[in-house]
Design a protein around this ligand. Sequence first.
Ligand code: ASP
Length: 304
Amino acid sequence: MSVKIKPAIIVHGGAWKIPKPLWKKHINGCSAACRAGYEKLTAGDTAIDAVTEAVRILEDDPTFDAGVGALLNLLGEVELDAIIVDGNGTTSGSVAVIQHIKNPILVARKVMEMTPHRLLAGKGAELFAEQTGFKKCKTTDLIVGRELKRYARLNKNRKFKIPDAFRDKKGGTVGAVAIDSNGNLAAATSTGGVPKKLPGRVGDTPILGSGAFADNRCGAASATGWGESIMKSSLTKTACDFIYEGYSAQRAATMAIRDLQRRWDGLGGVITVDKDGNLGMAYNTPQMAFARIAGSGRFRAGIE
Ligand code: ASP
């Protein structure tokens, strides 16, 4: 007789210095996404369905740096990156520098399910989205006033360096990891990237093992933070490798962030779930927004 696992999910809304007046919106956004994902899990849907739904909701929430509300590149445009990973065989789908699409996570999922590829970028990703039934939106549909102001402000600031954004003001990338009652693990991450990025810049988010990773034999992880450093550490693969070696989801998250900091001088956060359904989270930025529902059904959300 196969033992049923109790489903669990954790979502994040980015790791940076989140100002107090914004806490409520971040906590509410993460909570709504987490609850929606959990509802899928308790209805018997898969971990992939749960993380897709959680990230889609976060993309639609203008509070976060993903979908609507994304940061702008140096030309004042929105270019989005997203990834989804199925722990059953570690199959994944990603899109990078995609424009005119409201929910890149849904396109990433189609890349995973309908193509022999892992990552589609730019025009090709947009063409694929159109051909698979996604409606194109106007760039202006994705841009919010907060980001226009940031764009104007940062254009004048010659001293600004990208890692500063994670020690100070940025806007949060989003992600989710989950385990379903059959023990399947999944991870998803979506972002508008970093402030003042060059057009065409691809961060860690759509890269398997950096922005997200999942393997049913050990765990799943979703990352946020300074992408150029996360790519050096392969943050989510590193976290899952620690789980593979026998560490719990929490311990693995802590060790992966320690590696990011000590070895790569990086900045970021990671959420994890292990194959036993334990959840974890760690970061070395000032704060990280999250919401989680453990196997026991216990809900917790906040900014730590
Ligand atoms: N990791 C994302 C990137 O570098 C940004 C973030 O997580 O806030 O594109």
